[in-house]
Design a protein around this ligand. Structure first.
Ligand SMILES: *Cc1c(COP(=O)(O)O)cnc(C)c1O
Length: 393
């Protein structure tokens, strides 16, 4: 019999009743160190006082009015995002997938307004942009698309790291290039700064718009507010979600005035997008995460974490292969099957998130303490010992 919850997930047999900073707590009081942060969502950990305060205060005043009216909380968050980035304008969504939908629509509308037949969106193998029909077509992987055809046309998927193929794919039919500066689901695969720069130049040469998907790598995760800042390039359109809401569903599309020129009244909408409750939380989170001192602290702790992970890999070369990623968006590429590593870590009360390329993702709250990083390493060391012992048995 089908369960009451549609069985599209293989869930771990854990159920939490409370969160405290970087820790999750079960009903019986058992505590798990959370290095997944709800898949890079709980940017400030669980139950951060400033976010609890923001959501409580707003919940007592007003939750939802719809976009038929002015929403000051939405304006405040949009102004903050515009001030902090390349963008001139923002549309709020409830998720990364919805941000992907608008990013694709915006790019196509741009070319429609220009009177040019440019519909194609160039994407990359291993990408993840969500689970809508457009987002799975964008990712192009068999795993996500099989059985869901006919696929939305107009996506051209290029092999990862294929410079020649990328150049060949970007033509006078290309509306936009869509890329994650660091692939998350794809196994913490970072686009080298030089390649992101080269891609920007290719887009400039051909007129194609550049869309960055910073749903996972953005919002302070790499020690800069957005990952692309490291490469010194900016996109025309950017999708964000996950960390911006700190656990409250919130996403957004950021764009330049030029890229957004086709999006006039009536061309797009959302019932819930940009509601007062979500935006109050988003503003409280932006307050903290966009502070240069906070970002400097992320970088400092990321350096410490990474150095210790390199030591872990050196100590257990038969279990781990390498450390990947940037800032607190880290990956442990494993030699042992990643599912075994994640499961042994869980037995050590440590939560990791598996990804492609046999990689375990480490996406802790950005405000994780040094003490908890120490705890994480101790538990990872125990995990490696267990995985080795199991392999030998
Ligand atoms: C999670 C994710 C999405 C989809 O976001 P949802 O909020 O799950 O719809 C899109 N792009 C990237 C890079 C993601 O990590």
């Amino acid at each position: 019999m089908i369960p009451s919850i549609l069985p599209t997930y293989n869930r771990a047999p854990l159920s939490f009743v409370r969160g405290e900073g970087s820790w999750l707590v079960e009903a019986d009081g058992s505590r798990y160190l959370d290095l997944g942060a709800g898949i890079a969502v709980n940017a400030l950990g669980h139950a951060h006082p400033a976010l609890v305060e923001a959501v409580t205060r707003q919940a007592q005043a007003l939750w939802h009015v719809s976009n038929l009216y002015e929403i000051p909380q939405q304006r405040e968050l949009a102004d903050r995002l515009v001030d902090a980035t390349f963008a001139d304008t923002v549309f709020f969504t409830n998720s990364g997938t919805e941000a992907c939908e608008l990013a694709v629509k915006m790019a196509r509308k741009y070319w429609y307004e220009a009177g040019e037949e440019r519909h194609e969106i160039v994407t990359f193998a291993g990408a993840f942009h969500g689970r809508s029909t457009a987002a799975i077509a964008a990712a192009g992987s068999e795993k996500m698309t099989k059985g869901f055809g006919p696929l939305m046309p107009g996506f051209v998927n290029v092999p990862w790291g294929d410079h020649h193929g990328t150049r060949a794919a970007i033509t006078d039919r290309t509306a936009a290039v869509l890329i994650e500066p660091i692939q998350g689901e794809g196994g913490i695969r970072q686009v080298p700064d030089q390649c992101l720069k080269g891609l920007r130049e290719l887009c400039d040469d051909t007129g194609a718009l550049m869309i960055f998907d910073e749903v996972q790598c953005g919002m302070g995760r790499t020690g800069r507010l957005f990952a692309h800042e490291w490469a010194g390039v900016t996109p025309d359109i950017m999708m964000i979600a996950k960390g911006i809401g700190g656990g409250f569903p919130l996403g957004a599309v950021l764009a330049t005035e030029r890229a957004a020129r086709g999006m006039t009244a009536g061309t797009h909408g959302s019932t819930y997008g940009g509601n007062p409750l979500a935006c109050a939380v988003g503003s409280a989170l932006m307050d903290i995460v966009s502070d240069p001192d906070f970002l400097a602290d992320v970088l400092r702790k990321a350096g410490l974490f990474r150095q210790r992970l390199e030591g872990l890999v050196a100590a257990h070369p038969d279990v781990f292969e390498e450390v990947r990623g940037s800032g607190l968006m880290l990956g442990l590429k494993c030699r042992a099957p990643v599912a075994e590593v994640v499961s042994a870590a869980r037995d050590a009360h440590l939560l990791l998130v598996p990804a492609a390329e046999n990689t375990a993702r480490i996406l802790p709250p950005l405000n994780i303490s040094e003490e908890d990083i120490g705890q994480a390493l101790e538990r990872l060391d125990r995990t490696a010992t267990t995985v080795k012992a199991d392999a030998a048995a």
